[in-house]
Structure formats: C-alpha cells, structure tokens
Design a protein around this ligand. Structure first.
Ligand SMILES: CC(C)(COP(=O)(O)OP(=O)(O)OC[C@H]1O[C@@H](n2cnc3c(N)ncnc32)[C@H](O)[C@@H]1OP(=O)(O)O)[C@@H](O)C(=O)NCCC(=O)NCCS
Length: 193
C-alpha cells in the first residue's frame, strides 16, 4: 500500500531503509520520546525491526509506513503507523528525523494516515498518546483533533524508567466532523476495526 500527501509519500519499509532508520533512531531526541526502542540503538535493531514489518502487516497487526519527501523519494525521513494492540485498540505512532522537524510534515502524514484508518479500514476510534514532556507531539495530536482520555505512567525503555504519559484518542465521528468527511455509511465498526 502507498499513501500520498501534498509533500510526502508513505510506503511500506524496505531493506534499503536501514540507514535512515538507524540514523533517525540513533538520535536521543527522537528515541527518548518513544516507549519501546532499545538504547543505545544498534544497526541490528533497525534490521530486526525491518525484518518483522512484512509479517506484522500481513497479519493485520501493524501498518508501519516510511515517510519520504516527493522531492527526494529514495530517502526515508521518518515513520508513521497504526498498530492493533492485544486489547483490540489501534494506536498511532510516529517519528521524524530531526532535520525535518517544524515543517508540518508529521501533521500532514498523520492526517492522511488517519483518513486511511477511518475511511479505508473503517476504524471507529484511533488511540494515541505521548509522554507529558513531549510538547511537539502534543501539538501534533492537538492539530489532528485528538482528545485527552486519561493519564498514565508508561515504561520508556530508552530512559529506563516509567514516565508520565497523556492518553489520547480520536473517534471517527469527531474526525469526520472536523474534516467534512462522510464518516457514516462505513461498516459499523466496533472499537477497533
Ligand atoms: C513529534 C514530531 C513527529 C513532530 O514532527 P513535525 O513534522 O515537526 O511536526 P509538525 O511540524 O507537524 O508540528 C509540530 C508542532 O509542534 C510545535 N512544537 C515543536 N516543538 C515544540 C515545543 N518544544 N513546545 C511546544 N510546541 C512545539 C511546532 O511549533 C508545531 O506546532 P505549530 O504548527 O502550531 O507551530 C517530531 O518532533 C519527532 O519526530 N519527535 C521525536 C519523536 C516523537 O516525539 N514521536 C512521537 C512520540 S508520541
């Protein structure tokens, strides 16, 4: 599958993305905001992550898409994805190489990923969240229309400790209202799909 936005291509990871993933995830400012990656992040961690993605996508467990600028499509600059957790909730996750921050790119990418989730997959609700100290991610979620649903403490593997976390969610109804999309007529999806 492949999604496009005004400035971006979103496409499944390929083996050739290993350098971009390793580079992006070797940046502490990126990794400290994520819950699960190991730290220090080794090249083999990127290889291991890449090796899992085809199976996860085939199982419908996860759609991780690499982001690339249309003007430089050969070089991935980040990743955004939807993951179905064991409790049935579908969660949004994303990271972007620091050289590309502040240009509105992740908001643009996630807006299209949300459209895909709600319109194409028929999801009723998409969950997300960020560590309380991650102001940029909070702002991206705010721009996308996510609402706060709670607070928690989540283990941040790279930091090696539990960190205050803001739980967020966006319903298809709210997304449709904000985007002028139909939002109805889709299958009566349950919580997740
Ligand atoms: C979060 C992240 C994806 C944002 O990507 P991006 O393309 O720069 O995001 P956008 O440009 O679409 O929007 C960022 C917004 O946050 C704001 N922002 C950035 N840093 C901020 C800060 N320290 N405090 C407050 N707002 C901040 C920007 O001004 C912008 O808001 P605006 O459009 O109202 O001006 C990127 O910073 C990143 O990859 N960070 C590390 C990984 C991460 O945090 N992943 C999410 C984990 S929950």
């Amino acid at each position: 599958m492949r999604l496009t936005t005004e400035r971006l291509i979103l496409r499944p990871p390929v083996a050739g993305d290993i350098d971009a993933i390793f580079e992006g995830m070797s940046d502490w400012e990126v990794v400290k905001t994520l819950a699960r990656p190991p730290w220090p992040y080794e090249r083999q961690d990127a290889a291991r992550w890449l090796a899992m993605q085809d199976d996860l996508r085939a199982d419908g467990q996860k759609t991780a898409l690499m982001l690339a600028l249309k003007t430089a499509p050969e070089r991935a600059i980040g990743c955004a994805g939807l993951e179905a957790r064991e409790d049935g909730q579908v969660h949004l996750g994303f990271w972007l190489a620091r050289s590309c921050w502040g240009l509105g790119l992740m908001t643009e990418a996630c807006a299209e990923l949300l459209r895909y989730g709600f319109e194409d997959l028929g999801l009723a609700r998409i969950h997300s969240g960020c560590f309380r100290d991650n102001e940029a991610s909070r702002r991206v979620h705010q721009k996308l229309g996510f609402a706060v649903t709670g607070e928690s403490r989540i283990l941040c593997v790279p930091r090696g400790e539990s960190v205050d976390h803001i739980d967020l969610a966006l319903t298809r109804a709210d997304w449709a209202a904000a985007n002028g999309a139909a939002g109805i007529g889709l299958a009566h999806a349950g919580e997740t799909r």
